[in-house]
Write a protein that binds this ligand. Structure first.
Ligand SMILES: *Cc1c(COP(=O)(O)O)cnc(C)c1O
Length: 369
């Protein structure tokens, strides 16, 4: 690794990239993968068949570039989201990571800044730095309870050009009240900031949680981003999207690469969206396991954070690394997100959840005896 690092440092790399490490959650060959919040259910057979047929229809035309405007996909996404949205309100890219990168390319860049509220999604600072945007780490979410007043004050004081709100928040799992989004939007009036609500886990929220999609009308600087990587069980497809005023999508057309969504990606995503009811059928099962994990961790004497997502962050661990390694040795990979005394686990199937809770229970008992 150090030799590789040395060779890298001999290259005429951009100064601001020197010494940086790439994003890298471990990809290990383990039976139970609960570390990157994927949907652990496979793609249902009917949907699999529809995707194969749709992709196969595209193959004969692969000598041509795909629809640069991905019109059918934007139509399907608008229909899925509802809220009176039309295809003009939609944008998509290869994962919501690329959607966020497009936003930073268009509205951030050298001399500009973006603010987020850690602990939050680890990609915000990385995407900011790769686009030359200064990243500001806001306070106020250290106890996973960002409120409207604190968020608005910090956004106003920062003068940031972009604001990242993550709801439900990764890694804590908590959803924000819409009062936070409204207050932040008002507070960013002077700087005319783009306010991004990252709703990657929206489908897993407890009933009664209202999406920021309901705030879009009349707020031309508000953006709600979503993904097919989690609830839709399609992380391998790489399809993320956003809803916004049409002019925001037009701004992103200035920075996207031509034909950035391949014909194969578009075909697979369209086929999946026409079967969204089947793909989303497991969301309720996952929510049951999520709530079971919270209850099970409490029983073990740990301190889970209430979650509206498909994962649970939990504290109360004296030696999180020992627990993480012990679980891994037992065939269960979870995530150390770097918060002292805490680990994060994805809610999987009933069987996966059982193995996780039992293995964890045994490890904690060993520590006591
Ligand atoms: C998983 C995740 C995403 C989704 O990333 P994709 O590029 O769409 O796979 C976005 N935001 C957050 C907070 C996430 O946890």
């Amino acid at each position: 690794m150090s030799e590789q690092f040395e060779r890298l440092s001999r290259l005429p790399l951009r100064d601001d990239l020197r010494g940086k490490h790439p994003y890298g959650a471990p990809q290990l060959d383990v039976p139970i993968l609960l570390n990157v919040n994927e949907n652990t259910y496979g793609v249902p057979d009917d949907v699999r068949q529809a995707i194969v047929e749709a992709v196969s229809r595209e193959v004969v035309g692969l000598n041509r570039y795909p629809d640069r405007e991905f019109t059918e996909l934007r139509t399907n996404l608008a229909r899925y989201l509802g809220h009176g949205l039309t295809p003009e309100n939609l944008w998509a890219a290869n994962g919501s990571n690329e959607v966020l990168q497009h936003l930073l390319q268009a509205f951030g860049g050298p001399g500009r800044s973006a603010i987020g509220f850690p602990p939050t999604y680890s990609m915000y600072p990385l995407l900011a730095s790769s686009t030359g945007t200064r990243y500001i780490a806001g306070r106020g979410n250290e106890k996973f309870d960002l409120n409207a007043e604190d968020a608005a004050r910090e956004v106003r004081q920062s003068g940031a050009n972009l604001v990242f709100l993550c709801s439900p928040n990764n890694p804590s799992g908590s959803a924000l009240g819409l009062d936070v989004v409204e207050a932040v939007y008002e507070a960013s009036e002077d700087a005319q900031a783009i306010v991004i609500v990252d709703e990657a886990y929206a489908e897993f929220a407890h009933s009664g949680t209202v999406s920021a999609l309901s705030l879009l009308a009349g707020r031309e600087r508000l953006v709600v981003s979503r993904t097919m990587s989690k609830a839709f069980a399609m992380a391998g497809t790489r399809l993320g999207y956003l809803a916004s005023a049409p002019e925001v999508a037009d701004a992103l057309r200035l920075v996207r690469l031509p034909y950035h969504l391949s014909a194969i990606t578009q075909a697979a995503a369209n086929a999946a969206l026409t079967h969204s009811d089947l793909l989303l059928a497991n969301v309720e099962n996952i929510k049951v396991q999520r709530d079971r994990i919270v209850a099970g961790l409490l029983q073990l004497g740990l301190t889970p954070v209430p979650s509206d997502a498909n994962f649970v962050l939990f504290g109360g661990l004296d030696d999180p690394h020992r627990i993480w390694q012990g679980l891994l040795d037992g065939g269960v990979l979870i995530r150390d997100v770097g918060i002292p005394g805490h680990l994060r686990v994805t809610a999987g199937t009933e069987t996966e959840t059982t193995v996780f809770l039992e293995t964890l229970g045994a490890l904690l008992e060993r520590a006591v005896s």
